[in-house]
Design a protein around this ligand. Structure first.
Ligand code: GDP
Ligand code: MG
Length: 319
């Protein structure tokens, strides 16, 4: 809950550090995967939120001597469109207010134009920066030395330290957390240590579903509808063509105040709910950049709007 963010959590060790880390890099270098790996669990659906002004996803790491708040940056969906502009925009907005930048490149490939471009941008920003050669699991022993040399050369004048890691397998991640912690200023815990994510995506998903409800029902179901995302789970995709890949299974409840509204929302033989679900599923898939299985329920809760517990459950935290 957001109010937690305002409160320091005592006691903490002397010399405790805390602050914000932005993960920056070309699409597909593994930023979201690394956020999840560093945090230790799937904090959120990966690849958030291109082209929206919503909050960025934040993963939270709490160790005995530091708290790191990781800001993932949006994926760029159509690289052939306005690539430069979007790279600038997403990278700039991410590094505006952070204490340190983690600049990811694909270590298993030689540097590309995008990497040099981002490096140029970071140089102007003068934020402490660490370079990560990710996907190091894909680099063979024979290759590794020369590959590292290429990147050292590319970033030579910056004096940014270079680390190697595998966001997928976890190699190098502990070292990275220590290195990042050392770059943060002395400061208190900003979130309770058990929190791993500030979870805005849950609310965004709820909003996307609510949007479809409004789209399909027009004036019939006005403000008395609310959506609660109960569960987001990564499960095996049973679809034959998916070959064991995972899918995000989302369970959400649509709350209504009147029995008649429930009838409208479900529709004849469930047809309305099906349309809403289809529409929302497409939106959510765009948002998280991966397949989604969406299960919707309609629940009658008379006067939910005047129940404080219900309201905060739904993310309305009061004025
Ligand atoms: P982002 O666009 O930078 O957020 O990249 P993602 O985190 O979505 O990752 C893009 C793809 O690279 C996914 O298929 C990941 O599974 C894969 N990937 C990420 N990190 C690694 C890694 O360290 N090793 C390998 N082999 N694959 C990785
Ligand atoms: Mg991503």
């Amino acid at each position: 809950m957001t109010w937690n963010a305002m409160m320091p959590f005592e006691p903490i060790a002397k010399g405790y550090r805390s602050g914000f880390v932005a993960l920056v890099g070309r699409p597909n270098v593994g930023k979201s995967t690394l956020v999840n790996k560093l945090v230790g669990e799937k904090v959120a659906i990966t690849s958030p939120i291109a082209q929206t002004t919503r909050n960025k996803l934040r993963g939270i790491i709490s160790t005995s001597n530091a708290q790191l708040i990781l800001v993932d940056t949006p994926g760029i969906h159509k690289p052939h469109h306005l690539l430069g502009e979007r790279l600038v925009k997403s990278a700039c907005s991410a590094i505006g207010d952070v204490d340190v930048v983690l600049f990811l490149v694909e270590g298993d490939k030689p540097p590309g134009k995008g990497d040099a471009f981002i490096a140029q941008l970071l140089k102007q920003k003068r934020v402490p920066t660490l370079i990560v050669l990710n996907k190091w699991d894909l680099v063979s022993k024979e290759q590794s030395e020369s590959r590292e040399e290429i990147y050292k050369k590319l970033f030579k004048e910056t004096q940014w330290p270079i680390y190697k890691c595998s966001a997928k397998e976890g190699y190098g991640c502990d070292l990275l957390i220590t290195a990042l912690s050392n770059e943060l200023p002395i400061g208190p815990q900003l979130y309770p240590p058990e929190m791993v994510c500030d979870q805005p995506e849950r609310l965004i998903i709820a909003e996307l579903i609510r949007e479809q409800v409004l789209k399909y029902t027009r004036e019939e179901i006005p403000h008395s509808v609310a959506v609660n995302v109960e569960r987001i789970q990564e499960v095996k995709n049973n679809n034959k063509s998916a070959k064991g890949k995972t899918i995000n299974a989302i369970l959400a409840t649509i709350l209504v105040e009147k029995k008649s509204q429930k009838g409208i929302l479900i529709g004849k033989g469930g047809s309305m709910l099906k349309d809403i679900g289809q529409g929302a599923r497409i939106q959510i898939q765009n948002l998280i950049d991966g397949p989604v299985y969406l299960e919707l329920f309609v629940k009658l809760v008379p006067n939910w709007r005047s129940k404080p517990g219900r309201l905060s459950e739904l993310g309305y935290l009061g004025e």
